[in-house]
Design a protein around this ligand. Structure first.
Ligand SMILES: [Zn+2]
Length: 458
């Protein structure tokens, strides 16, 4: 089964062919940690998590890196305002971010590098850019010379005028051209800073992703993810830096092969902003809805489409989930046979919809059809459909917190296997312990000639 991804650089949906099929490599721009995550941050994390989980169905080895921005002027400002030291502030919100994403069933990335741990790599890359005359020193800053890179603007498709209008141009007399951007800037004595060939200072934001993706994944890697709002200037700048550091006018494909961008989240039809007071924070929504309801809501629209966040979406997802659970609970699970998932046509149809550029609206409608079929089908088919539904929900990352439905299904099988091994080794104490553990989650087991059978007690 082929895997398709929409690549923002070529603006086409393409078959995904990794550089090395034994090692798929993905990078996503992570959060700046000085405040609670909003639902826009969560959409990126959930959608990328689904991409990684789905890719793992096809490729054995997938490495996913997502960074933590812990150096930024917004962090410095927040620290000054609150009086909380920077490292305390960033480690607090880093931890909160990971906890909240965990509540949304987002698996942690394989690596979560922090910008502050990669200053040397950034300095090295900046030196490379200066040596190649792609960057210049001016008024204690190092500035990237945008004119030096001929592919600049290719990702965002912005013309020169649009680049000027779209980026928040700081009026700075040390820039030779207003489009140029900062790689390194001087730090005041009360600001965080590191020694560099250009004096004590700190990096601009964009360079960290170029340095950390190269360090953690090597370039070129396969997929670069992020919110569509990062396309310009952040991702445009990442390409310019990473490619120019290889050689002058090096093509964008030498940084990464596919650009995967998720759409905006609006709040009741309006752009989320502090001034409108309509920013939806994950921790606030979690007080009223489960992480799975939030996750399902985030997946209800196709990831490339804008998503209008409303109370109605949450209510609808809550209804959908409880309907799924009710229908699954009606099935006598002790009569379910484990059917081979690779030959399960119901699951394969579901999987194909996700392999097609993560078409979650289609995959959710397939899941809905399966739920309806479950009641009407004969026993043999029921087993197959039930297994397909469980696997589909695991892939979507929903149903984990519901008693028995998914997590316990796996847990029960794991415990029974372990008990069988203990009995073979005549470790009857451990076997009894496991029987007790199972009874605590209302599972009764029976040892038969054909092996261990289990039943869920009401
Ligand atoms: Zn980035």
């Amino acid at each position: 089964m082929k895997f398709f991804i929409f690549d923002s650089l070529s603006r086409t949906k393409k078959e995904f062919v990794p550089i090395d099929s034994n090692k798929v490599r993905i990078y996503a721009c992570g959060p700046t940690v000085y405040d609670y995550a909003h639902i826009g941050n969560a959409r990126m994390a959930v959608v990328t998590d689904l991409l990684v989980k789905t890719l793992k169905k096809k490729f054995k080895n997938v490495t996913f890196v997502s960074n933590i921005t812990d150096i930024d002027d917004k962090i410095i400002d927040a620290s000054k305002k609150s009086g909380v030291p920077i490292s305390k502030l960033t480690s607090k919100f880093h931890e909160i971010y990971n906890k909240e994403m965990n509540a949304l069933n987002v698996s942690p990335p394989d690596f979560q590098p922090k910008a502050s741990d990669h200053i040397n790599e950034m300095i090295e890359m900046i030196e490379e850019l200066v040596n190649k005359d792609c960057a210049y020193f001016s008024n204690n800053h190092i500035i990237f010379r945008v004119e030096s890179y001929k592919y600049y603007g290719q990702l965002s498709g912005r013309s020169l005028d649009e680049q000027l209008a779209g980026s928040r141009i700081e009026i700075a007399d040390y820039k030779k051209n207003p489009r140029d951007f900062i790689l390194w800037k001087p730090s005041e004595s009360n600001e965080p800073g590191w020694d560099s060939p250009w004096g004590r200072g700190r990096p601009g934001w964009h360079i960290e992703c170029s340095a950390m993706s190269k360090k953690c994944l090597n370039i070129p890697f396969d997929i670069h993810c992020g919110g569509v709002d990062l396309t310009f200037p952040h991702h445009e700048n990442e390409i310019a830096q990473s490619c120019s550091a290889i050689k002058v006018d090096c093509e964008p494909q030498n940084f990464c092969r596919y650009w995967f961008h998720n759409g905006f989240v609006t709040s009741d039809g309006e752009k989320m902003s502090k001034s409108l007071g309509n920013i939806k924070l994950v921790n606030e929504i979690l007080k009223k809805y489960s992480g799975e309801v939030i996750r399902l809501s985030l997946l209800s629209a196709h990831y490339r489409q804008p998503l209008n966040w409303t109370e109605a979406i949450l209510q609808q997802s809550e209804k959908t989930l409880s309907r799924i659970f009710k229908n699954l609970e009606k099935i006598k699970k002790d009569e379910i046979e484990d059917s081979q998932i690779k030959k399960n046509e119901f699951f394969l149809e579901f999987q194909e919809s996700l392999f097609d550029d993560l078409n979650t609206p289609k995959s959710l409608s397939i899941l809905n059809v399966l739920i309806n079929k479950l009641k009407e089908s004969n026993k043999k088919q029921q087993s197959k459909i039930y297994t397909a539904i469980i696997e589909a929900m695991k892939l979507l990352g929903i149903g984990k917190n519901k008693e028995i439905i998914i997590e316990n299904f796996d847990l029960i099988k794991k415990l029974i296997d372990e008990r069988d091994r203990a009995r073979q080794k005549k470790d009857f104490d451990r076997a009894d312990e496991i029987r007790l553990e199972l009874s605590k989650i209302n599972v009764e087991i029976e040892d038969t000639k054909e092996g261990t059978k289990w039943k869920k007690l009401k």
